[in-house]
Design a protein around this ligand. Structure first.
Ligand SMILES: *[C@@H]1O[C@H](CO)[C@@H](O)[C@H](O)[C@H]1NC(C)=O
Ligand SMILES: *[C@@H]1O[C@H](CO)[C@@H](O)[C@H](O)[C@H]1NC(C)=O
Ligand SMILES: *[C@@H]1O[C@H](CO)[C@@H](O)[C@H](O)[C@H]1NC(C)=O
Ligand SMILES: *[C@@H]1O[C@H](CO)[C@@H](O)[C@H](O)[C@H]1NC(C)=O
Ligand SMILES: *[C@@H]1O[C@H](CO)[C@@H](O)[C@H](O)[C@H]1NC(C)=O
Ligand SMILES: *[C@@H]1O[C@H](CO)[C@@H](O)[C@H](O)[C@H]1NC(C)=O
Ligand SMILES: *[C@@H]1O[C@H](CO)[C@@H](O)[C@H](O)[C@H]1NC(C)=O
Ligand SMILES: *[C@@H]1O[C@H](CO)[C@@H](O)[C@H](O)[C@H]1NC(C)=O
Ligand SMILES: *[C@@H]1O[C@H](CO)[C@@H](O)[C@H](O)[C@H]1NC(C)=O
Ligand SMILES: *[C@@H]1O[C@H](CO)[C@@H](O)[C@H](O)[C@H]1NC(C)=O
Length: 336
Protein backbone atom coordinates (compact mmCIF):
# COMPACT_ATOMS: atom_id res chain seq x y z
CA UNK A 1 0.00 0.00 0.00
CA UNK A 2 2.78 2.42 1.02
CA UNK A 3 4.79 1.46 -2.13
CA UNK A 4 1.78 2.25 -4.31
CA UNK A 5 1.45 5.63 -2.72
CA UNK A 6 5.10 6.54 -3.48
CA UNK A 7 4.73 5.24 -7.04
CA UNK A 8 1.64 7.40 -7.41
CA UNK A 9 3.51 10.46 -6.11
CA UNK A 10 6.44 9.65 -8.44
CA UNK A 11 4.11 9.40 -11.47
CA UNK A 12 2.31 12.56 -10.47
CA UNK A 13 5.62 14.38 -10.30
CA UNK A 14 6.70 12.91 -13.63
CA UNK A 15 3.57 13.91 -15.52
CA UNK A 16 3.61 17.37 -13.97
CA UNK A 17 7.08 18.26 -15.36
CA UNK A 18 7.38 21.08 -17.86
CA UNK A 19 7.99 20.10 -21.46
CA UNK A 20 8.20 23.20 -23.62
CA UNK A 21 5.44 23.18 -26.18
CA UNK A 22 7.58 22.79 -29.30
CA UNK A 23 4.66 23.53 -31.62
CA UNK A 24 5.62 27.11 -31.09
CA UNK A 25 9.35 26.52 -31.65
CA UNK A 26 9.70 29.18 -34.31
CA UNK A 27 7.30 32.03 -34.10
CA UNK A 28 7.16 35.44 -35.75
CA UNK A 29 5.42 38.09 -33.70
CA UNK A 30 4.61 41.61 -34.82
CA UNK A 31 4.05 44.46 -32.40
CA UNK A 32 3.33 48.14 -32.75
CA UNK A 33 5.36 51.03 -31.44
CA UNK A 34 4.29 52.15 -27.99
CA UNK A 35 1.98 49.19 -27.56
CA UNK A 36 2.43 45.82 -25.81
CA UNK A 37 3.03 42.35 -27.12
CA UNK A 38 2.94 38.80 -25.74
CA UNK A 39 5.70 36.39 -26.78
CA UNK A 40 4.12 32.91 -26.50
CA UNK A 41 5.87 30.12 -24.62
CA UNK A 42 4.37 27.42 -22.43
CA UNK A 43 4.76 24.00 -20.92
CA UNK A 44 2.55 21.34 -22.50
CA UNK A 45 1.18 20.96 -18.95
CA UNK A 46 -0.06 24.39 -17.97
CA UNK A 47 -0.08 23.48 -14.27
CA UNK A 48 3.59 22.40 -14.35
CA UNK A 49 6.20 24.76 -12.97
CA UNK A 50 9.37 24.88 -15.11
CA UNK A 51 12.91 24.44 -13.79
CA UNK A 52 15.07 27.54 -14.36
CA UNK A 53 13.11 29.57 -16.87
CA UNK A 54 15.05 32.28 -18.69
CA UNK A 55 14.21 34.62 -21.53
CA UNK A 56 17.10 36.01 -23.57
CA UNK A 57 17.21 38.66 -26.25
CA UNK A 58 19.43 39.15 -29.30
CA UNK A 59 18.99 42.41 -31.17
CA UNK A 60 17.89 42.33 -34.79
CA UNK A 61 21.27 43.34 -36.17
CA UNK A 62 23.02 40.87 -33.83
CA UNK A 63 25.14 43.75 -32.63
CA UNK A 64 24.73 42.59 -29.04
CA UNK A 65 25.43 39.20 -27.44
CA UNK A 66 22.29 37.38 -26.32
CA UNK A 67 21.36 38.97 -23.02
CA UNK A 68 19.10 37.74 -20.26
CA UNK A 69 15.95 39.80 -19.87
CA UNK A 70 14.01 37.50 -17.52
CA UNK A 71 14.16 36.86 -14.59
CA UNK A 72 17.20 39.21 -14.45
CA UNK A 73 17.85 42.15 -16.72
CA UNK A 74 21.44 42.52 -17.83
CA UNK A 75 20.85 45.88 -19.47
CA UNK A 76 18.52 48.85 -19.14
CA UNK A 77 16.86 48.06 -22.44
CA UNK A 78 13.89 46.05 -21.18
CA UNK A 79 13.91 47.34 -17.61
CA UNK A 80 10.41 47.56 -16.08
CA UNK A 81 8.80 46.62 -19.36
CA UNK A 82 8.77 42.81 -19.17
CA UNK A 83 6.62 40.54 -17.04
CA UNK A 84 5.57 36.90 -17.01
CA UNK A 85 1.95 35.90 -17.51
CA UNK A 86 2.05 32.79 -15.27
CA UNK A 87 -0.22 34.00 -12.46
CA UNK A 88 -3.13 31.70 -13.29
CA UNK A 89 -1.08 28.90 -14.90
CA UNK A 90 2.51 28.32 -13.68
CA UNK A 91 3.23 26.61 -17.03
CA UNK A 92 2.32 29.66 -19.11
CA UNK A 93 5.75 31.21 -19.63
CA UNK A 94 4.64 33.84 -22.14
CA UNK A 95 6.45 37.14 -21.82
CA UNK A 96 4.59 40.44 -21.87
CA UNK A 97 6.61 43.40 -23.17
CA UNK A 98 5.06 46.83 -22.87
CA UNK A 99 5.79 50.19 -24.48
CA UNK A 100 7.52 48.69 -27.52
CA UNK A 101 10.20 50.54 -29.45
CA UNK A 102 12.07 49.64 -32.62
CA UNK A 103 15.14 48.59 -30.59
CA UNK A 104 13.09 45.72 -29.17
CA UNK A 105 13.22 44.00 -32.56
CA UNK A 106 15.18 40.76 -32.61
CA UNK A 107 15.21 37.18 -31.40
CA UNK A 108 13.76 36.12 -28.08
CA UNK A 109 14.54 32.69 -26.62
CA UNK A 110 12.43 31.02 -23.97
CA UNK A 111 14.52 28.32 -22.26
CA UNK A 112 14.07 25.86 -19.44
CA UNK A 113 16.71 23.42 -18.17
CA UNK A 114 17.79 20.60 -20.55
CA UNK A 115 15.36 21.45 -23.35
CA UNK A 116 15.69 23.09 -26.78
CA UNK A 117 14.67 26.72 -26.51
CA UNK A 118 11.71 28.35 -28.20
CA UNK A 119 12.84 30.95 -30.76
CA UNK A 120 10.60 33.96 -31.32
CA UNK A 121 11.32 36.75 -33.78
CA UNK A 122 9.76 40.07 -32.87
CA UNK A 123 9.28 42.90 -35.35
CA UNK A 124 7.91 46.26 -34.33
CA UNK A 125 5.90 48.31 -36.80
CA UNK A 126 4.63 51.82 -36.69
CA UNK A 127 5.71 55.37 -36.96
CA UNK A 128 8.98 56.26 -35.39
CA UNK A 129 8.58 59.98 -34.98
CA UNK A 130 11.14 62.15 -36.65
CA UNK A 131 12.80 65.17 -35.09
CA UNK A 132 10.69 67.43 -37.25
CA UNK A 133 8.04 66.90 -34.60
CA UNK A 134 9.93 69.07 -32.13
CA UNK A 135 8.23 72.09 -33.61
CA UNK A 136 5.17 72.60 -31.45
CA UNK A 137 3.95 75.97 -32.65
CA UNK A 138 3.38 77.27 -36.14
CA UNK A 139 1.86 80.54 -37.22
CA UNK A 140 0.21 81.84 -40.33
CA UNK A 141 -1.72 84.78 -41.65
CA UNK A 142 -5.38 84.99 -42.55
CA UNK A 143 -5.66 84.11 -46.24
CA UNK A 144 -2.28 82.34 -46.09
CA UNK A 145 -1.38 78.75 -45.23
CA UNK A 146 0.40 76.69 -42.56
CA UNK A 147 2.13 73.32 -42.73
CA UNK A 148 1.58 71.20 -39.62
CA UNK A 149 4.57 68.86 -39.52
CA UNK A 150 4.20 65.16 -38.69
CA UNK A 151 6.41 62.43 -40.09
CA UNK A 152 7.98 59.07 -39.42
CA UNK A 153 11.69 58.41 -39.86
CA UNK A 154 11.26 55.18 -41.78
CA UNK A 155 10.13 56.03 -45.34
CA UNK A 156 8.53 52.56 -45.62
CA UNK A 157 6.19 53.26 -42.71
CA UNK A 158 2.51 52.71 -43.26
CA UNK A 159 0.41 53.84 -40.36
CA UNK A 160 -3.16 54.76 -39.71
CA UNK A 161 -3.42 58.38 -38.75
CA UNK A 162 -5.77 61.30 -38.72
CA UNK A 163 -5.65 64.96 -37.77
CA UNK A 164 -7.71 66.33 -34.90
CA UNK A 165 -8.48 69.83 -33.78
CA UNK A 166 -8.53 69.67 -30.00
CA UNK A 167 -11.62 71.48 -28.89
CA UNK A 168 -12.33 70.75 -25.25
CA UNK A 169 -12.98 67.04 -24.87
CA UNK A 170 -14.61 66.89 -28.29
CA UNK A 171 -12.93 64.65 -30.92
CA UNK A 172 -12.93 66.95 -33.87
CA UNK A 173 -11.59 65.27 -37.03
CA UNK A 174 -10.58 68.01 -39.42
CA UNK A 175 -11.36 65.92 -42.50
CA UNK A 176 -14.96 65.57 -41.32
CA UNK A 177 -15.38 69.24 -40.53
CA UNK A 178 -17.18 71.39 -43.10
CA UNK A 179 -15.23 74.53 -42.23
CA UNK A 180 -12.04 72.99 -43.68
CA UNK A 181 -13.67 71.84 -46.90
CA UNK A 182 -11.36 72.33 -49.86
CA UNK A 183 -8.60 73.81 -47.69
CA UNK A 184 -6.69 70.69 -46.54
CA UNK A 185 -3.86 68.83 -48.24
CA UNK A 186 -1.87 65.73 -47.26
CA UNK A 187 1.43 64.58 -48.75
CA UNK A 188 1.27 60.86 -47.93
CA UNK A 189 0.56 59.91 -51.52
CA UNK A 190 4.11 60.57 -52.69
CA UNK A 191 5.67 59.79 -49.30
CA UNK A 192 3.66 57.52 -46.94
CA UNK A 193 5.85 58.56 -43.99
CA UNK A 194 5.02 62.25 -44.46
CA UNK A 195 1.80 62.77 -42.52
CA UNK A 196 2.04 66.56 -42.55
CA UNK A 197 -1.08 68.63 -43.10
CA UNK A 198 -1.31 71.85 -45.09
CA UNK A 199 -4.20 74.17 -44.23
CA UNK A 200 -4.70 77.00 -46.71
CA UNK A 201 -6.92 80.06 -47.03
CA UNK A 202 -6.53 80.47 -43.27
CA UNK A 203 -9.21 82.01 -41.15
CA UNK A 204 -8.97 83.34 -37.63
CA UNK A 205 -11.25 80.45 -36.50
CA UNK A 206 -8.59 77.94 -37.59
CA UNK A 207 -6.51 78.93 -34.59
CA UNK A 208 -6.13 76.18 -32.00
CA UNK A 209 -4.26 73.03 -31.07
CA UNK A 210 -3.99 70.24 -33.60
CA UNK A 211 -3.01 66.61 -33.09
CA UNK A 212 -1.54 64.20 -35.60
CA UNK A 213 -3.23 61.13 -34.17
CA UNK A 214 -1.02 58.08 -34.56
CA UNK A 215 0.49 55.63 -32.16
CA UNK A 216 2.55 56.68 -30.29
CA UNK A 217 1.09 60.11 -29.74
CA UNK A 218 2.69 62.93 -31.61
CA UNK A 219 3.27 66.19 -29.74
CA UNK A 220 0.34 68.55 -30.21
CA UNK A 221 0.87 71.56 -32.44
CA UNK A 222 -0.48 74.97 -31.59
CA UNK A 223 -1.49 77.06 -34.57
CA UNK A 224 -1.48 80.83 -34.16
CA UNK A 225 -3.08 82.92 -36.85
CA UNK A 226 -2.33 86.57 -37.32
CA UNK A 227 -5.42 88.29 -38.61
CA UNK A 228 -6.06 91.78 -39.86
CA UNK A 229 -6.30 94.46 -37.21
CA UNK A 230 -6.78 97.83 -38.86
CA UNK A 231 -3.87 100.09 -38.06
CA UNK A 232 -5.69 102.64 -35.93
CA UNK A 233 -2.73 105.05 -35.94
CA UNK A 234 -4.23 106.27 -39.17
CA UNK A 235 -7.77 106.44 -37.81
CA UNK A 236 -8.30 110.07 -38.86
CA UNK A 237 -6.35 111.30 -41.80
CA UNK A 238 -6.60 114.32 -44.03
CA UNK A 239 -5.40 113.83 -47.56
CA UNK A 240 -5.09 116.46 -50.24
CA UNK A 241 -5.03 115.75 -53.97
CA UNK A 242 -4.99 117.78 -57.14
CA UNK A 243 -7.53 117.83 -59.92
CA UNK A 244 -6.63 115.42 -62.72
CA UNK A 245 -3.98 113.68 -60.63
CA UNK A 246 -4.01 110.55 -58.42
CA UNK A 247 -4.03 110.05 -54.70
CA UNK A 248 -3.53 107.14 -52.25
CA UNK A 249 -5.87 106.88 -49.28
CA UNK A 250 -3.86 105.00 -46.63
CA UNK A 251 -5.34 102.02 -44.79
CA UNK A 252 -3.63 98.81 -43.67
CA UNK A 253 -3.69 95.86 -41.31
CA UNK A 254 -1.03 95.98 -38.60
CA UNK A 255 0.13 92.66 -40.13
CA UNK A 256 0.79 93.42 -43.77
CA UNK A 257 0.70 89.68 -44.67
CA UNK A 258 -2.78 89.17 -43.20
CA UNK A 259 -5.76 89.19 -45.51
CA UNK A 260 -8.74 91.12 -44.09
CA UNK A 261 -12.25 89.71 -43.81
CA UNK A 262 -14.74 91.70 -45.96
CA UNK A 263 -12.95 94.89 -46.84
CA UNK A 264 -15.13 97.78 -48.03
CA UNK A 265 -14.43 101.38 -48.89
CA UNK A 266 -17.33 103.83 -48.69
CA UNK A 267 -17.63 107.45 -49.71
CA UNK A 268 -19.70 110.29 -48.28
CA UNK A 269 -19.69 113.52 -50.30
CA UNK A 270 -18.36 116.70 -48.67
CA UNK A 271 -21.76 118.35 -48.48
CA UNK A 272 -23.38 115.19 -47.03
CA UNK A 273 -26.16 115.40 -49.60
CA UNK A 274 -25.70 111.74 -50.49
CA UNK A 275 -25.86 108.64 -48.30
CA UNK A 276 -22.52 106.87 -47.76
CA UNK A 277 -22.00 104.72 -50.87
CA UNK A 278 -19.78 101.72 -51.46
CA UNK A 279 -16.93 102.36 -53.90
CA UNK A 280 -14.88 99.19 -53.31
CA UNK A 281 -15.14 96.31 -54.10
CA UNK A 282 -18.47 97.31 -55.71
CA UNK A 283 -19.32 100.74 -57.03
CA UNK A 284 -22.82 101.89 -56.20
CA UNK A 285 -22.69 104.88 -58.52
CA UNK A 286 -20.90 105.96 -61.65
CA UNK A 287 -18.92 108.55 -59.71
CA UNK A 288 -15.72 106.51 -59.03
CA UNK A 289 -16.18 103.98 -61.84
CA UNK A 290 -12.83 102.70 -63.23
CA UNK A 291 -10.85 105.18 -61.16
CA UNK A 292 -10.29 103.17 -57.91
CA UNK A 293 -8.02 100.22 -57.28
CA UNK A 294 -6.48 98.49 -54.31
CA UNK A 295 -2.72 98.43 -53.71
CA UNK A 296 -2.59 94.97 -52.07
CA UNK A 297 -0.70 93.07 -54.75
CA UNK A 298 2.53 92.71 -52.81
CA UNK A 299 1.00 92.81 -49.29
CA UNK A 300 -2.54 91.45 -48.81
CA UNK A 301 -2.80 93.63 -45.68
CA UNK A 302 -2.17 96.91 -47.52
CA UNK A 303 -5.72 98.11 -48.06
CA UNK A 304 -4.81 101.55 -49.37
CA UNK A 305 -7.06 102.85 -52.12
CA UNK A 306 -5.67 104.47 -55.23
CA UNK A 307 -7.98 107.02 -56.91
CA UNK A 308 -6.94 108.37 -60.27
CA UNK A 309 -8.08 111.34 -62.36
CA UNK A 310 -9.34 113.30 -59.35
CA UNK A 311 -12.07 115.91 -59.55
CA UNK A 312 -13.59 118.19 -56.94
CA UNK A 313 -16.67 116.00 -56.61
CA UNK A 314 -14.40 113.35 -55.09
CA UNK A 315 -14.07 115.50 -52.00
CA UNK A 316 -15.54 114.03 -48.87
CA UNK A 317 -15.13 111.28 -46.29
CA UNK A 318 -13.73 107.85 -47.19
CA UNK A 319 -14.14 104.93 -44.76
CA UNK A 320 -11.98 101.84 -44.88
CA UNK A 321 -13.82 99.01 -43.00
CA UNK A 322 -13.21 95.36 -42.25
CA UNK A 323 -15.58 93.08 -40.35
CA UNK A 324 -16.09 93.79 -36.63
CA UNK A 325 -13.63 96.68 -36.38
CA UNK A 326 -13.92 100.46 -36.15
CA UNK A 327 -13.42 101.97 -39.59
CA UNK A 328 -10.62 104.26 -40.71
CA UNK A 329 -11.92 107.74 -41.60
CA UNK A 330 -10.08 109.70 -44.28
CA UNK A 331 -11.05 113.17 -45.44
CA UNK A 332 -10.04 113.99 -49.00
CA UNK A 333 -9.84 117.49 -50.35
CA UNK A 334 -9.12 118.17 -53.99
CA UNK A 335 -7.45 121.39 -55.14
CA UNK A 336 -8.12 122.78 -58.59
C1 LIG B 1 6.00 32.57 -12.44
O1 LIG B 1 7.33 32.27 -12.88
C2 LIG B 1 8.36 32.69 -11.98
C3 LIG B 1 9.66 32.34 -12.63
O2 LIG B 1 9.68 31.05 -13.11
C4 LIG B 1 8.19 32.03 -10.61
O3 LIG B 1 9.16 32.56 -9.72
C5 LIG B 1 6.80 32.31 -10.06
O4 LIG B 1 6.58 31.58 -8.89
C6 LIG B 1 5.74 31.88 -11.10
N1 LIG B 1 4.40 32.26 -10.65
C7 LIG B 1 3.43 31.35 -10.52
C8 LIG B 1 2.11 31.87 -10.05
O5 LIG B 1 3.62 30.18 -10.78
C1 LIG C 1 -0.72 32.47 -21.51
O1 LIG C 1 -1.28 33.71 -21.01
C2 LIG C 1 -1.61 34.65 -21.98
C3 LIG C 1 -2.13 35.89 -21.28
O2 LIG C 1 -3.09 35.59 -20.32
C4 LIG C 1 -2.64 34.08 -22.94
O3 LIG C 1 -2.91 35.02 -23.96
C5 LIG C 1 -2.11 32.80 -23.55
O4 LIG C 1 -3.09 32.20 -24.38
C6 LIG C 1 -1.69 31.81 -22.47
N1 LIG C 1 -1.03 30.68 -23.11
C7 LIG C 1 -1.52 29.45 -23.00
C8 LIG C 1 -0.76 28.38 -23.74
O5 LIG C 1 -2.52 29.20 -22.34
C1 LIG D 1 15.60 31.82 -34.75
O1 LIG D 1 14.72 32.03 -35.86
C2 LIG D 1 15.24 32.87 -36.87
C3 LIG D 1 14.16 33.11 -37.89
O2 LIG D 1 13.23 32.08 -37.94
C4 LIG D 1 16.49 32.23 -37.48
O3 LIG D 1 17.03 33.10 -38.44
C5 LIG D 1 17.50 32.02 -36.38
O4 LIG D 1 18.63 31.34 -36.88
C6 LIG D 1 16.91 31.20 -35.23
N1 LIG D 1 17.85 31.21 -34.14
C7 LIG D 1 18.13 30.12 -33.41
C8 LIG D 1 19.16 30.27 -32.35
O5 LIG D 1 17.54 29.05 -33.62
C1 LIG E 1 -15.32 74.16 -30.54
O1 LIG E 1 -16.31 73.90 -29.57
C2 LIG E 1 -17.20 74.99 -29.38
C3 LIG E 1 -18.14 74.64 -28.25
O2 LIG E 1 -18.37 73.27 -28.20
C4 LIG E 1 -17.96 75.25 -30.68
O3 LIG E 1 -18.82 76.36 -30.53
C5 LIG E 1 -16.96 75.56 -31.78
O4 LIG E 1 -17.62 75.72 -33.02
C6 LIG E 1 -15.96 74.44 -31.90
N1 LIG E 1 -14.94 74.81 -32.89
C7 LIG E 1 -14.72 74.11 -33.99
C8 LIG E 1 -13.65 74.64 -34.89
O5 LIG E 1 -15.34 73.09 -34.27
C1 LIG F 1 -3.20 59.31 -46.74
O1 LIG F 1 -3.75 59.43 -45.44
C2 LIG F 1 -5.17 59.46 -45.40
C3 LIG F 1 -5.59 59.71 -43.96
O2 LIG F 1 -5.08 58.74 -43.09
C4 LIG F 1 -5.73 58.16 -45.95
O3 LIG F 1 -7.14 58.20 -45.96
C5 LIG F 1 -5.19 57.97 -47.36
O4 LIG F 1 -5.63 56.72 -47.85
C6 LIG F 1 -3.68 58.04 -47.39
N1 LIG F 1 -3.22 58.00 -48.77
C7 LIG F 1 -2.27 57.15 -49.16
C8 LIG F 1 -1.91 57.24 -50.60
O5 LIG F 1 -1.75 56.36 -48.39
C1 LIG G 1 6.21 66.68 -46.28
O1 LIG G 1 5.74 67.27 -47.48
C2 LIG G 1 5.75 68.69 -47.49
C3 LIG G 1 5.19 69.16 -48.81
O2 LIG G 1 5.86 68.58 -49.90
C4 LIG G 1 7.18 69.20 -47.29
O3 LIG G 1 7.18 70.62 -47.22
C5 LIG G 1 7.72 68.64 -45.98
O4 LIG G 1 9.06 69.04 -45.82
C6 LIG G 1 7.63 67.13 -46.00
N1 LIG G 1 8.08 66.63 -44.72
C7 LIG G 1 8.98 65.67 -44.63
C8 LIG G 1 9.38 65.29 -43.27
O5 LIG G 1 9.46 65.14 -45.63
C1 LIG H 1 -6.67 92.32 -52.56
O1 LIG H 1 -7.91 92.53 -51.87
C2 LIG H 1 -9.04 91.98 -52.49
C3 LIG H 1 -10.26 92.38 -51.66
O2 LIG H 1 -10.04 92.11 -50.28
C4 LIG H 1 -8.90 90.47 -52.60
O3 LIG H 1 -10.00 89.92 -53.32
C5 LIG H 1 -7.61 90.16 -53.34
O4 LIG H 1 -7.39 88.75 -53.30
C6 LIG H 1 -6.44 90.84 -52.65
N1 LIG H 1 -5.19 90.60 -53.36
C7 LIG H 1 -4.14 90.05 -52.76
C8 LIG H 1 -2.92 89.87 -53.61
O5 LIG H 1 -4.15 89.71 -51.59
C1 LIG I 1 0.73 100.36 -49.27
O1 LIG I 1 1.12 100.46 -50.64
C2 LIG I 1 1.40 101.80 -51.09
C3 LIG I 1 1.68 101.74 -52.56
O2 LIG I 1 2.61 100.75 -52.86
C4 LIG I 1 2.55 102.37 -50.29
O3 LIG I 1 2.78 103.72 -50.68
C5 LIG I 1 2.23 102.33 -48.80
O4 LIG I 1 3.33 102.76 -48.05
C6 LIG I 1 1.84 100.92 -48.39
N1 LIG I 1 1.40 100.92 -47.01
C7 LIG I 1 2.02 100.26 -46.06
C8 LIG I 1 1.44 100.37 -44.68
O5 LIG I 1 3.00 99.58 -46.28
C1 LIG J 1 -22.68 117.78 -53.12
O1 LIG J 1 -21.48 117.13 -53.56
C2 LIG J 1 -21.62 116.20 -54.62
C3 LIG J 1 -20.30 115.56 -54.88
O2 LIG J 1 -19.27 116.23 -54.32
C4 LIG J 1 -22.10 116.97 -55.86
O3 LIG J 1 -22.35 116.04 -56.91
C5 LIG J 1 -23.41 117.69 -55.52
O4 LIG J 1 -23.80 118.50 -56.59
C6 LIG J 1 -23.25 118.57 -54.30
N1 LIG J 1 -24.52 119.08 -53.91
C7 LIG J 1 -24.71 120.33 -53.48
C8 LIG J 1 -26.10 120.73 -53.14
O5 LIG J 1 -23.76 121.13 -53.44
C1 LIG K 1 -14.52 111.63 -39.99
O1 LIG K 1 -13.59 112.70 -39.82
C2 LIG K 1 -14.13 114.01 -40.04
C3 LIG K 1 -13.00 115.04 -39.96
O2 LIG K 1 -11.93 114.63 -39.20
C4 LIG K 1 -15.22 114.24 -38.99
O3 LIG K 1 -15.79 115.51 -39.23
C5 LIG K 1 -16.29 113.16 -39.12
O4 LIG K 1 -17.27 113.28 -38.12
C6 LIG K 1 -15.67 111.75 -39.02
N1 LIG K 1 -16.70 110.78 -39.34
C7 LIG K 1 -16.86 109.66 -38.63
C8 LIG K 1 -17.98 108.77 -39.09
O5 LIG K 1 -16.14 109.34 -37.68
Amino acid sequence: MKEFFYLFLFMLHFTEGCDLDQNTQRVDVTGHLGESVVLPCSCTELQAKPPQLTWTFTSLKHTTKPEEIYPNQRSERHRDRVKLLNESSPGNLSLHISNLNTEDQGEYHCSVLHQPHINITLSVQGCHLSDHGKRKEVSGYTGGSVLLPCSCTDPQTTVKFTWLLLNGSHRNEVFKNEIYKGRLKLFNESNPANLSLLISDLRKEDEGTYRCEISPTYPDITVKIKGCDLDQNTQRVDVTGHSGESVVLPCSCTELQAKPPQLTWTFTSLNHTTEPEEIYPNQQSERHRDRVKLLNESSPGNLSLHISNLNTEDQGEYHCSVLHQPHINITLSVQE
